[in-house]
Write a protein that binds this ligand. Structure first.
Ligand code: HEM
Length: 327
């Protein structure tokens, strides 16, 4: 994926990355957001119904290999799974269409997002950074949330701890436009629903969790049976807002079955592979395209800049390993 020519966008992407570095510290080789994670591989099988929605290649193929990365929020690679800041959890899915050809879905476990564009998100991060325990009320973050109702709603939305990362629902709040082979276009939002249903822990169960509970559980679970999620697309009706992640559509909107992912094993060198892979919120395939949501181009730029930084750190790490080996 290319870095956009829009200098203003790239500058904003860099400002946001700096702000993440300030909030969580720099951890070379790790993501500045969703740093802790685990990658699994498996297969995607499209639903027949999905052909009415899109002519995307993974819908036309009988099955497609997938790579999925589960993650905790924050840029802290060692964040304990019981920390409230580890929610919402992330799930990024890559559909491997051919060698070096792929398309991704990037989702998280809260429906929505606190900011509708990058400037607003940067304002939120700056307000958090300026609101240390020594700062008197009203702190910048209190002022920000007081003047941004959508951010307040996101912060206050329940973010329960799943009993397993395989038993939570994940949402991609940006809308995309889906076009079928008859040239019909509809806007929709992905949601990724666990086959076995949602299941959450009580507060007392969370207190006793081991630091790596969710990832150990996932790794153990997948050796016993495949992990299945159903991908659905919530369809917009005419008049629904399709360029603003902070606006929810009514829950009675139709859900179309897109397909099923079946994850069968942890990537053997998951730690290294996570450093290499760069997910892209822009679909870049026939049959699925961006909406006018301003977050999409920005996130694509940030994930790329950040991913290049992570890969460079990995190269340095390898060089140090070689040097140490030669001594
Ligand atoms: C202004 C908006 C946003 C900004 C600035 C932002 C920033 C970031 C950054 C810097 C990363 C690390 C990228 C990397 O190095 O790979 C990241 C990853 C991630 N973000 Fe966002 N994000 C935004 C919106 C969202 C939204 C709306 C979602 C919800 C779906 C989301 C979910 C994720 C997930 C799941 C990851 C981890 C992806 C992976 O496993 O590689 N982000 N985000």
């Amino acid at each position: 994926m290319p870095l956009p020519n829009d200098e203003r966008l790239v500058a904003l992407a860099n400002d946001i990355l700096l702000q993440f570095d300030q909030l969580f510290g720099v951890h070379p080789g790790y993501r500045p957001a969703h740093a802790k994670g685990l990658m699994l591989i498996g297969t995607f099988t499209p639903a027949t119904q999905a052909r009415s929605l899109t002519m995307a290649p993974h819908i036309l193929s009988a099955s497609t290999a997938v790579t999925a990365r589960f993650s905790n929020s924050t840029g802290l690679p060692e964040i304990p799974d019981s920390a409230p800041e580890s929610n919402p959890r992330g799930l990024a899915i890559r559909f491997n269409l051919a060698e070096h050809v792929h398309t991704d879905i990037v989702s998280h476990s809260t429906n929505g997002f606190p900011a509708r564009n990058g400037e607003e998100f940067l304002g939120l991060l700056r307000a958090i950074a300026a609101s240390g325990s020594e700062v008197p009320s009203p702190k910048p973050i209190e002022q920000f949330l007081g003047s941004h109702p959508a951010a307040l709603a996101f912060v206050q939305a329940p973010k329960p701890f799943p009993s397993s990362l395989a038993s939570d629902t994940y949402f991609a709040p940006s809308a995309y436009s889906f076009t079928n082979d008859g040239g019909e276009t509809r806007f929709g939002r992905y949601r990724i629903v666990p086959e076995e249903g949602n299941d959450y822990l009580s507060d007392s169960e969370v207190i006793g969790l081991a630091a790596n509970y969710h990832y150990d559980e996932l790794a153990e679970r997948v050796t016993i049976q495949p992990i299945r999620f159903h991908i659905r697309v919530q369809l917009a009706k005419p008049g629904d807002i399709t360029d603003d992640v902070t606006v929810h559509w009514p829950e009675d909107r139709e859900l179309v079955d897109f397909g099923t992912i079946e994850l069968t094993e942890v990537v053997p060198d998951s730690v290294v592979q996570q450093k290499h892979i760069i997910f892209d919120p822009i679909p870049r395939v026939e049959g699925i395209a961006n909406s006018a949501d301003p977050l999409l181009e920005l996130r694509a730029a940030i994930y790329l800049v950040s991913g290049r930084r992570r890969r460079a750190a990995r190269v340095q790490e390898q060089e140090s390993e070689l040097t140490a080996g030669a001594v």
